[in-house]
Design a protein around this ligand. Sequence first.
Ligand code: ADP
Ligand code: MG
Length: 230
Amino acid sequence: MISLTNVSRVYAGGVVALDGVDLEVEEGELVAIVGPSGSGKSTVLNVLGTLDRPTSGTVRLAGYDVGRLSDARLSALRASRIGFVFQHFHLAGGTPAWRNVADGLLYSGHRAAERRRRAVAALERVGLGHRMDHEPHELSGGERQRVAIARAVAGDPPLLLADEPTGALDTVAGAGVMSLLRELHAGGTTVVVITHDRDIAAGLPRRVRMRDGRVEDDSGRETPVVAKVG
Ligand code: ADP
Ligand code: MG
């Protein structure tokens, strides 16, 4: 579904955030990315999600070499294939939940009425059918993250990427968000989730451990990783 081959990312100023990363995620996987702060987790997720381009190396998404796509083609591919969830929700304040979700479909090509219908369906899917008209400040942290997840999945992307989605939540709300991600996975969505919560990571089938911009360990993978040449 998506693969990184010998990917490095050097930020301006010379910080080597990723240093020769090989990583392949197959359709149907549920993967945890773990590792200490600053080890490159967010950078690897942003590169996987094609929000960031590597300094060197190859990213393949759905059969495309991402480096060969124009920004416009890449945006279209990303919009149809990938949903994103972040630690701090990134919801628009003063805007009801349904509209936060519907606005995530602005570039989907659907008309306003269809965007709204899909937003309502996505909110029902995450258990927030009774909170459609609530604005973010009227929702708990866990509910806000559910709205963000509804927005991420409203367009039915096959891949969901989540950067510490439970990082700003208490244990109970975090567990609720994780069980929602598991449900989406069980429903067929491929999920990659960054977490620094050991208990959460331990409960997931595959764990990729980052350290100093490298993949230090990749355990629990169901299909063996075949060494790649070149
Ligand atoms: P993690 O998510 O594991 O905490 P990051 O991927 O955010 O790690 O960061 C990896 C390294 O890259 C860190 O040393 C961080 O300081 C650095 N870094 C991240 N983003 C930037 C940026 N925009 N500019 C410069 N350095 C960055
Ligand atoms: Mg991070």
